[in-house]
Design a protein around this ligand. Structure first.
Ligand code: MG
Length: 232
């Protein structure tokens, strides 16, 4: 039995990285992501023409082939990333997650550092965290802009956040041991590069089976409580 089978040690060495969409707010609030996806499809339609339905198909195809819809738009249609985000993040078209006091309590109980690591632009997750009233529990957001628009699961995204953590003095420069970095994600595809570099992986998803390399699998963020080991 490995140490990981016991649980995640909740100690000061930990760097907790939370994906935002469908992780910090969960499957039960998928309508939040749906409101964003609707707006993304409208942007695709505005860019390539055609019907809303055909734009929705292109949105999904780009997401599948390029990792994000934006990467597809940049590669295939020459979209400027900030134009894309300025359009899709207009608050009047969006729904945000609800106030989540239990999540706040959970996040604040996590010792160490806490960041959001998201393939969106920071204004989306920051607005959502403000609605959930979680902003005081998260130190900062490492967003797609800081990844130079090439998001997870590209290896460069993980390289860049490690460098950023080193620059902030959170991660030791020469650290070959990376298991203190804990990535919580609903996407298996985005967890895989994290696993390959020795981070601790937590799949947060009630709908899929976890392969054996995933360290922990929980249906919802709040279930993280059950996986924590605290030394007294
Ligand atoms: Mg996600």
């Amino acid at each position: 039995m490995s140490a990981l089978d016991i649980g995640i040690k909740n100690d000061a060495s930990k760097i907790w990285l939370f994906d935002y969409d469908l992780t910090l707010y969960g499957e039960e609030e998928r309508f939040v992501l749906n409101s964003l996806d609707h707006r993304i499809a409208e942007f695709v339609q505005k860019t390539v023409g055609g019907t809303f339905e055909s734009a929705t198909e292109i949105r999904k195809d780009y997401l599948h082939r390029f990792g994000t819809t934006l990467s597809g738009l940049m590669a295939m249609n020459g979209t400027a990333p900030d134009d894309f985000f300025d359009f899709i993040h207009e608050p009047e078209y969006l729904i945000y997650p609800k106030v989540a006091p239990e999540k706040l309590e959970l996040l604040k109980s996590l010792v160490g550092h806490r960041f959001v690591f998201t393939n969106g632009r920071g204004d989306w997750s920051r607005a959502g965290m403000a609605h959930m009233q979680l902003d005081s529990a998260i130190e900062d957001v490492f967003d797609l802009k800081l990844m130079d628009w090439e998001g997870k699961p590209h290896v460069s995204a993980y390289d860049k956040i490690e460098k950023w953590l080193v620059a902030r003095g959170v991660l030791a420069q020469e650290s070959s041991e990376k298991s203190q970095i804990v990535l919580l994600e609903d996407s298996l595809r985005n967890l895989e590069p994290a696993h390959e570099r020795g981070w601790t992986t937590v799949l947060v998803n009630p709908n899929i089976q976890a392969p054996s390399w995933v360290d922990f699998h929980i249906p919802h963020l709040l279930n993280l409580k059950e996986k924590l080991v605290t030394n007294h």
